[in-house]
Design a protein around this ligand. Structure first.
Ligand code: PRP
Length: 188
């Protein structure tokens, strides 16, 4: 059995409920449909946090789209802070040359991850690369990066659910919650 805290103790409050999340995801998809009218799209999910968001987002896309996945390691084991060094641990199967790419993320924090991934993807000559992130922790940004599609700007709290984990658990929650710091000690 895991020693992960029980949800009723861990959850300080719900930051974004399921209804608001789904409404916003639909709105983002509508904007993307408009921006890419007449074009095709490749959605790239950066594992693992972006999975829930991407699968919900793509349900509302009407522009022809394909998906692929990447995994990068940016944080030290158990660490909360990005180290700034991003390494690809699982690469795409798709050749992105001349393709319209949207990187789909659950959260942009320092911005190191998306900045490094975009830089790496640009070297493969895509037609375009944009970033779509459900959450934007703008106060913590250190990298110079523009997020093209943002679901919600959020305060600097430890959030989880809807793809975001607490020690790999609770990614399945349909809402975004704020973790109670008395219950969950955040790794530094
Ligand atoms: C999270 C998130 C982003 C990154 C954002 O991933 O999904 O990829 O951190 O942080 P940054 O803007 O400071 O780079 P994490 O490494 O926690 O992996 P996970 O998605 O598998 O949970």
């Amino acid at each position: 059995m895991t020693d992960i805290p029980a949800l009723d103790k861990l959850l300080k409050y719900k930051l974004i409920n399921e209804e608001d999340l789904q409404k916003r995801v639909k709105e983002l998809a509508a904007v993307i449909n408009e921006d890419y009218a007449g074009e095709e799209l490749l959605l790239i999910c950066i594992l693992r946090g972006g999975v829930m968001f991407m699968t919900d987002l793509m349900r509302h896309l009407t522009v022809p789209n394909a998906i692929d996945f990447m995994s990068v390691s940016s944080y030290g084991v158990g660490a909360r802070e990005s180290t700034g060094t991003v390494r690809i641990t699982l690469d795409l199967r798709t050749d992105i040359k001349d393709k319209n790419v949207i990187l789909v993320e659950d959260i942009v924090d320092s911005g190191n991850t998306v900045k490094s991934v975009v830089d790496m993807l640009e070297m493969r000559d895509p037609k375009s690369v944009k970033i779509c992130s459900l959450l934007d922790k703008i106060d913590r940004r250190t990298a110079d990066v523009k997020i093209d599609y943002i679901g919600f700007q959020i305060p600097d709290e430890f959030v989880f659910g809807y793809g975001l984990d607490i020690d790999e658990y609770y990614r399945n929650l349909p809402y975004i919650g704020v973790a109670n710091p008395d219950v969950f000690i955040m790794p530094e």
